[in-house]
Structure formats: structure tokens, C-alpha cells
Design a protein around this ligand. Structure first.
Ligand code: NAP
Ligand code: MG
Length: 496
């Protein structure tokens, strides 16, 4: 496989052995005996084989999680012990950071620089942040009539089914497991079929950190089978999902049958608004990072780039020059700054949108096609693309492309920017670039989105909430807000 000689020995042995699923603290084959392959997106070749979980495996995993929750040991594991385990998980992720980063890059395609400097440290930071919460989950005492005493207990929700996408595989696992475990829940995690590997390596680290059997179960498999079975299972109390709006809607419909709680972090078509009074260099760098980070496979990518009319042409020139210098290649190569898309399916989806954009009359300033240069022809590479002449009602401005494609749209003034920016079904994030402080705050208030970045983009912290307005979903992950997703409140009355 060409790059094998460069790999960490722990990574080589991890991918050479077919990977099993984690149920009740043990690594087991699928009940059906089936496996599936995960390809390396840079080469299109098989990277590893993985056990393919379906409804029967999900049932075993859910029963293990139910038992660990209802009978213990997790329900009897106190807050200080949970804190120590979460800290240990964070430490182990850091100790194995190089190895995890390589697995992530091989499985997802993202550059090693990004895996090593963003995904893996952020996953560790998420567990470390949530390690601080178990002994700070307070109830309250409430005013009541004299003869009563009323207080609340903040209790875990129970068994959480967690379904995650392929764009930040380890980090999404951390966003789900960190707060769920801090609050005392048990979990069944289904990683995306395209990128199951780091979640499975994480499973080994969880056991090493002392997570008891059944508390976290990891079942790789397909959404249609394993994912759906998890959503339907009567013993699951809550579903947390990150992925497409289409599947999010289906999950909400399915969950209605058992009235599970649901939290959804879905797609976006985020406006990134550049005013003429902005620091143009910083805005151009922010616009590039805001859309091409992770090959554009980011739910909050700034894919609708609104530029004030009078600086539009000059700004597009600066962007184009910057894109010209981007080097595309395998994520393992240190000089690469844009890698392949995750899968053949994603390649077809994104190139399909490139055709749609051209047919709709948008102009390709740079890119606009698959990259088939020598050495890349078997991988899923799409050239970073800038479209101009885009109207907000074109499909490329309305639908999530999830690839390295930006649509540039001119605007007249602040009001026009806000109206066009909000003219979308989504509401996940937005960017504002200006030196005018009042304008920055006015626009931040006016935009209907869960996150607004001013003079920056794609900034995250485990303490800062993240989630959507409108069809970008509901519920807030990260920060103390995620505790609301993973706890419920009990009111206790006592007659004095
Ligand atoms: P997706 O189908 O929404 O996948 C997300 C997760 O949901 C995966 O684990 C998937 O499993 C699972 N899933 C799929 N169908 C399910 C069902 N009926 N019941 C339960 N779980 C189910 O996303 P995708 O097909 O990989 O990507 C398609 C588009 O979604 C992208 O092009 C992009 O626009 C968007 N997307 C958004 C995000 C985000 O962060 N907001 C992330 C990824 C993709 P399998 O992978 O095994 O099918
Ligand atoms: Mg893969």
C-alpha cells in the first residue's frame, strides 16, 4: 500500500487485524459473522476489515448498557471515580496521539497535520473538560409550604444511543461520550461506516482507563441496520445524533414510537459575511480556512461567502491566489494542505454539485473538477473550488455540498447581508468580518444561527456550546449545556 513503510508499528498491527466490536467489555465478532471494509480515501484501497454490527448486535449492546446502568457498576460509581476515569481517558488519548492521528488520517483522508493538531488534542480536551463536571451536578432545594420539604436530584438519563458521522470520527465520539459518562449514563456508540477505526481504538483505551464492562459499547455497522435498530430499541432512553438533516428527520420520526429523547446536530449552509471595512488579509485567510478545513466536510463550513459589493472582485482575486498555492495530496504527506474526500459516494456527490453549479450559471474561478493528477487518480480528490456569480436561490447556495466548494455572493449593505445570510433552511453558524464593533454585534444578534464567529472562524472550545437553529437541529453540545442533554431532574417531596 505504498505508504505502509511510513506507518507507526502500532498502527500497522491495528489495521492488519480485522477489528471486532466492543460489547459488555469484550471484543466480539458480529453475531452474523459479517465484516465490511473501510477504504483509504487517498488510494481507494481497502484499509481494514471491521465487524459489521446489525440489529442483533445492537440488542446485545443495549442490554449490556441497560444492565450496567440499572444494576451497576456504573450507577454505583461515584462522581470522584468518574472524574478520575475521564481524566485517565484524556491522558491515554494524549499518550497515543501520534498513533490515533495516523489511524484517523488513513481512515478519513484528512491531513495528518489536522488530525495531530486538531482532532486528537480536541478529543482529549473534551474528556478532560467533562472530567470536571461529575462532582458539580447539583440539585436544588425549593421553596414550599411549611409542612413540606422539596428538593431536586439531577440524574442521568439512562442508556444513550449515540450515532456519529465520519468527518471528525474520534472528536465526535468524544463530544458524545464525555458528557454522557460525566453525568453517569451508559452508552452504545455507532461510528460511521466510513470511519470506524479510531472509535474502536478509543474503545481499547476506555477499557484501559477503567471504564467498567457494559458502560460503553461500540458497534460499527451501517445506518440502515445498526443505526435504525438503536433508534428503535425500547431499552434506549436517548438518542444523540450528528449527521445529515435528512437522517436527523428520520430519526426524530422513528424515535416518536418510543418517545425517546433526541438531540440532533445536523447540516448547515453557513454565511460568512465580509464587510469592506474588515482586515482584508485576515478575512481572506478566515474565509479559506472557514470553507476548506477538513476538505469542506464540516457542518459549520462557511460555504456562502458574502462579500460587500465594492470589495468583491479584489477579494475574489486574493482568495484565488491563496487557493492556487494549496497543495493537494495524501493526508500523510507533510506538505499536503488539502486531502481527499472521505468516500467514493462523497466524491460523486460533490462533483455532482460542481455540475449543478455550472448548469445553474455560476462561474468557476478555480477548481471545479475532480483532481486526477498522477498519483491521485485512484483517490477521492476534488480540487478546491471557488464559484462566483452565485445567487442565493441556486441549489449550490441552498443545499449542503460537504466538499471543498465555496460560493461567493455579493451584498449591498448590512441589511442586505443579514437578509441574505438568514435566507436558508439552516442555522448552524455564521462569520462576520468587520472593524466596526457595533456592526459586529448587531449582525451577530441578527443572524439566526447557533454560533457566530467575529473576525475568526471554526474556533471551538469544550466549554463553548455548539448546535443549531432551524433545520440544523436542536440541543447544545459542549459546555455546561450538554449536561442538560444527559441528565433529567427528579423532584422529591417530603412531609415534615
Ligand atoms: P448520514 O447518513 O446522516 O450519516 C450519519 C450517521 O448516521 C452515520 O453513522 C450513519 O451510518 C447513520 N445513519 C444513516 N442512516 C441512518 C438511519 N436511518 N438510522 C440511524 N442512523 C443512520 O450522513 P452521510 O450519508 O454519511 O453523509 C451525507 C451528507 O450528510 C453529507 O454529504 C453531508 O451533507 C451531511 N453530513 C453532515 C454532517 C454534520 O456534521 N452535520 C456529518 C456528516 C455528513 P452509516 O455511515 O453507517 O450509514
Ligand atoms: Mg475509511
Amino acid at each position: 500500500m505504498g505508504v505502509a513503510e511510513k506507518l507507526h508499528s502500532a498502527v500497522e498491527s491495528f489495521i492488519r487485524t480485522p477489528r471486532k466490536m466492543l460489547i459488555d467489555g469484550k471484543w466480539v465478532e458480529a453475531a452474523s459473522g459479517k465484516t465490511f471494509e473501510t477504504p483509504n480515501p487517498a488510494t481507494g484501497q481497502t484499509l481494514a476489515r471491521v465487524a459489521e454490527g446489525d440489529a442483533e448486535d445492537i440488542d446485545r449492546a443495549v442490554r449490556a448498557a441497560r444492565k450496567a446502568f440499572d444494576e451497576g457498576p456504573w450507577s454505583h460509581t461515584g462522581p470522584n471515580a468518574r472524574e478520575r476515569i475521564l481524566l485517565k481517558i484524556a491522558d491515554l488519548i494524549e499518550q497515543h496521539a501520534d498513533e490515533l492521528a495516523e489511524i484517523e488520517t488513513l481512515d478519513n483522508g484528512k491531513t495528518l497535520t489536522e488530525s495531530r493538531n486538531v482532532d486528537i488534542p480536541a478529543a482529549a480536551a473534551t474528556f478532560r473538560y467533562y472530567a470536571g463536571w461529575p462532582n458539580k451536578l447539583y440539585g436544588e432545594t425549593n421553596p414550599s409550604e411549611e409542612m413540606f420539604f422539596n428538593y431536586t436530584l439531577r440524574e442521568p438519563v439512562g442508556v444513550c444511543g449515540q450515532i456519529i458521522p465520519w468527518n471528525f470520527p474520534l472528536l465526535m465520539a468524544a463530544w458524545k461520550l464525555g458528557p454522557a459518562l460525566a453525568c453517569g449514563n451508559t452508552c452504545v456508540l455507532k461510528p460511521a461506516e466510513q470511519t470506524p477505526l479510531t472509535a474502536l481504538r478509543l474503545g481499547e483505551l476506555l477499557l484501559e482507563a477503567g471504564v467498567p464492562p457494559g458502560v460503553v459499547n461500540i458497534v460499527p455497522g451501517f445506518g440502515e441496520t445498526a443505526g435504525r435498530a438503536l433508534v428503535r430499541h425500547r431499552m434506549v432512553d436517548k438518542i444523540a445524533f450528528t449527521g445529515s438533516t435528512e437522517v436527523g428527520k428520520e430519526i426524530q420520526r422513528e424515535a416518536a414510537a418510543t418517545l425517546k429523547r433526541v438531540s440532533l446536530e445536523l447540516g448547515g449552509k453557513s454565511p460568512n459575511i465580509v464587510f469592506s471595512d474588515a482586515d482584508m488579509q485576515a478575512a481572506a485567510e478566515g474565509a479559506i480556512g472557514g470553507v476548506f478545513f477538513n476538505q469542506g466536510q464540516v457542518c459549520c463550513a462557511g460555504t456562502r461567502l458574502f462579500v460587500e459589493q465594492k470589495v468583491h472582485d479584489a477579494f475574489v482575486d486574493t482568495l484565488t491566489q491563496s487557493v492556487q498555492t494549496m497543495k493537494q495530496g495524501s493526508g500523510l504527506e507533510p506538505e499536503t494542505n488539502i486531502g481527499p474526500l472521505v468516500s467514493q459516494e462523497q466524491l460523486e456527490r460533490v462533483t455532482g454539485y460542481l455540475d449543478i453549479g455550472k448548469k445553474e450559471g455560476a462561474k468557476v474561478v478555480i477548481g471545479g473538477e475532480r483532481n486526477t493528477q498522477k498519483g491521485l487518480e485512484k483517490g477521492y480528490f476534488v480540487k478546491p473550488t471557488i464559484f462566483t456569480g452565485v445567487k442565493n436561490d441556486m441549489r449550490i447556495a441552498r443545499e449542503e455540498i460537504f466538499g471543498p466548494v465555496v460560493s461567493v455572493l455579493p451584498f449591498k449593505d448590512e441589511n442586505d447581508a443579514v437578509l441574505q445570510g438568514n435566507d436558508t433552511l439552516y442555522g448552524l453558524a455564521a462569520g462576520v468580518w468587520t472593524r466596526d464593533v457595533s456592526k459586529a454585534h448587531r449582525v451577530a444578534r441578527a443572524i439566526r444561527a447557533g454560533t457566530v464567529w467575529v473576525n475568526c472562524y471554526n474556533v471551538f472550545d469544550a466549554a463553548a456550546p455548539f448546535g443549531g437553529y432551524k433545520e440544523s437541529g436542536y440541543g447544545r453540545e459542549l459546555g455546561r449545556y450538554a449536561l442538560d442533554l444527559y441528565t433529567q431532574v427528579k423532584s422529591v417531596w417530603l412531609r415534615l
